[in-house]
Ligand binder design. Structure first.
Ligand code: URA
Ligand code: SF4
Length: 181
């Protein structure tokens, strides 16, 4: 859905370093009636060009796994903790994630998901106070009245290969998330 919120976000200039190099603000996907929300870290090169989250290699894996677990991507809301691509894909600074926080909260509220999956440590730490991903990975947690399920980032699953721990767990965790919808 395109809303007044999306319109305001597209003109956001709060993070000077990101504004200097971004092509556009990647607001995220919010299909009407989505019950599952997936939160990633930041747009990469392809997302920056296309203007949608998770359209590159990680996105293709995410799409394939969602299809496998019976809840296709077109039904899923997908956003990132920062909406503008960091230069050379560096990790967003804690200041940038904090600066984008109001937008993220507004997006989450507008989706009002039944289950939120956080991909990787950076998105997980946005929602859950934890020293490591493994301490919370695969656990359905209650955070501010929402069900949050942290798991691996698809990029980690791609690095580990088809039978790697990250791929196996990511698939399992997405299946668990869908079972909780
Ligand atoms: N990785 C992310 O965390 N987000 C995207 O949108 C694409 C890749
Ligand atoms: Fe604005 Fe978020 Fe982009 Fe920063 S990352 S400029 S807060 S939309």
């Amino acid at each position: 859905v395109s809303t007044e919120l999306d319109g305001r976000m597209r003109f956001c200039t709060r993070c000077p370093e990101l504004v200097a190099t971004r092509t556009q603000v990647v607001v995220g996907d919010r299909p009407a009636g989505a019950r599952l929300l997936v939160i990633g870290e930041a747009p990469g090169a392809q997302e920056d060009v296309v203007g949608r989250p998770f359209v590159g290699r990680s996105g293709q894996l995410l799409d394939a796994l969602l299809e496998e677990v019976g809840h296709p991507r077109h039904q899923v809301a997908v956003i990132n903790t920062v909406k503008c691509r960091p230069p050379a894909n560096r990790v967003p600074t804690s200041q940038e994630t904090a600066t984008c926080r109001d937008w993220t909260v507004a997006l989450i509220d507008s989706v009002d998901p039944r289950v939120t999956v956080t991909l990787g440590l950076s998105a997980t730490r946005w929602m859950v106070k934890t020293p490591t991903l493994s301490a919370v990975r695969g656990k359905a947690l209650e955070v501010d009245g929402r069900t949050v399920l942290p798991t691996y980032h698809p990029a980690a699953a791609l690095r580990g290969g088809p039978n790697g721990e990250a791929m196996v767990r990511l698939r399992e965790d997405l299946a668990l998330a869908v079972s909780l919808l």
